[in-house]
Design a protein around this ligand. Structure first.
Ligand SMILES: Cc1cc2nc3c(=O)[nH]c(=O)nc-3n(C[C@H](O)[C@H](O)[C@H](O)COP(=O)(O)O)c2cc1C
Length: 391
């Protein structure tokens, strides 16, 4: 078998594109409308530079930290993604890779594998919920996650409507039945590696969302869960405070880009907030999180853990985010490309690349510990930073 190891996340993405059926790959690319935010998340990191030293560099570099009471061997966590049919093991493969590399797993409530299966392989698992269904249903899902061993809750609030895409959205069937199989056949037969991976397990992708099942009932389809979410009235700040109180333990609010919202999240008593625009999948034109980060970290970084997600593809991106005030980052597509390319080993490969890249950037800048990073280490173009919600 050819060497499955890849040298960068970009190469993992190329292999994912080659291996996955067009619709599955398209679902991972995601983005909304013109793709301004999805592309901007990536290009923003390219605009930041480093101010390296060349002598007196540190022989050793320390990059461990903690988030939501969990130990991280490096300042990276798995961001929840509700995607299906990438790999037969799905989120279990991702969670195992994360556990093997000493980092927490964020599991989407729209994921293809259950919180019980995932928490069994990674004992630093956070369960992500949307404001979806009535309060009894939300409580039931949280209690199920708690019973399964979830160490914290991630509440995602930056996905608020569905969007068209100028490049077209993939067709995703309600479930894989004969009609769907015939329709998908032309794109699937040209991807024998993907097909074989599923064939070996004797199961087709079932496109259900097991964490959204009502007690004693069958898991709804992904679209059934999506429909429930679309029918649910949008949450108020009081609803969010209620959720925070009911959970009680470590609590992250994901999807913040404004300082005024960040302050309200501190008032709720949340443990952590994630500066995020949902990977550019919601309101197109929302600035890249890395642009919004330092204003938020400066305003509330002493009162709450601030993490960032969006656009992280290499270790140097992680270091840029830390220098601008993040305690850690979360990754989405990067691990999905690794999963598609080579299962658990592919996700480990991605995590190893990030670790190596963080280490190299720390080395180049003469740091012995991530805690020594500051904005002075970064070349920041004029007008790069956005302080949203400060007036
Ligand atoms: C295909 C896809 C599905 C996602 N599904 C979820 C989800 O179910 N819950 C959630 O909180 N975030 C979801 N996200 C957002 C990610 O958690 C994260 O914010 C984003 O991927 C970060 O950007 P990156 O992909 O550039 O790393 C999804 C993102 C993608 C690309």
């Amino acid at each position: 078998m050819a060497n499955e190891w890849f040298e960068t996340v970009a190469e993992a993405q190329r292999r994912a594109k080659k291996r996955l059926p067009k619709s599955v790959y398209g679902a991972l690319i995601a983005g909304s409308e013109k793709g301004l935010s999805a592309n901007g998340n990536l290009s923003a990191f390219d605009q930041l530079g480093f101010a390296p030293h060349m002598c007196g560099l540190s022989q050793t570099r320390e990059m461990s930290t903690t988030v939501m009471g969990q130990n991280l061997s490096m300042p990276v966590m798995i961001s929840p993604t509700g995607v299906q049919a990438v790999h037969p093991e799905g989120e279990v493969a991702i969670a195992r890779a994360a556990a093997n590399r000493g980092i927490p797993m964020g599991l989407s409530s729209f994921a293809s594998r259950s919180i019980e299966d995932v928490a069994a392989v990674n004992n630093s698992t956070f369960f992500q919920i949307y404001w979806c269904g009535d309060k009894d249903t939300l409580l039931q899902r949280m209690e199920r996650a708690r019973a399964a061993g979830a160490k914290g809750i991630i509440v995602t609030l930056d996905w608020s409507f569905s969007n068209g895409r100028d490049w077209g959205s993939p067709w995703i069937p309600e479930k894989i039945n004969l009609k769907a199989a015939i329709k998908l056949a032309p794109e699937v037969v040209v991807k024998p590696g993907w097909l074989w991976a599923f064939a070996k397990t004797g199961k087709l992708p079932d496109l259900s969302a097991p964490n959204m099942a009502k007690p004693g009932e069958k898991a709804p389809t992904f679209f059934g869960a999506y429909y429930e979410w679309m029918q649910t009235p949008l949450p108020t700040w009081e609803d969010l405070a209620w959720l925070r109180k009911e959970w009680g333990g470590p609590f992250m609010v994901k999807g913040v880009c404004r300082v005024d919202d960040a302050k309200r999240i501190v008032d709720l008593g949340a443990t952590t907030l994630s500066v995020s625009n949902h990977g550019g999948n919601n309101l197109d034109g929302t600035p890249a999180p890395i642009r919004c980060l330092s204003a938020i970290a400066d305003a509330v970084g002493h009162d709450i853990e601030v993490v960032l997600d969006g656009g992280i593809r290499r270790g140097s991106d992680v270091v840029k985010a830390l220098a601008l005030g993040a305690r850690a980052v979360m990754i989405g597509r990067a691990y999905l490309w690794g999963l598609a390319a080579n299962g658990t080993a592919g996700v480990e490969n991605v995590l190893d690349l990030l670790r190596g890249g963080i280490d190299s950037a720390l080395l180049g800048m003469g740091k012995s510990n991530i805690s020594e990073l500051s904005a002075d280490d970064i070349v920041i173009p004029r007008d790069f930073l956005c302080a949203l919600g400060t007036k």
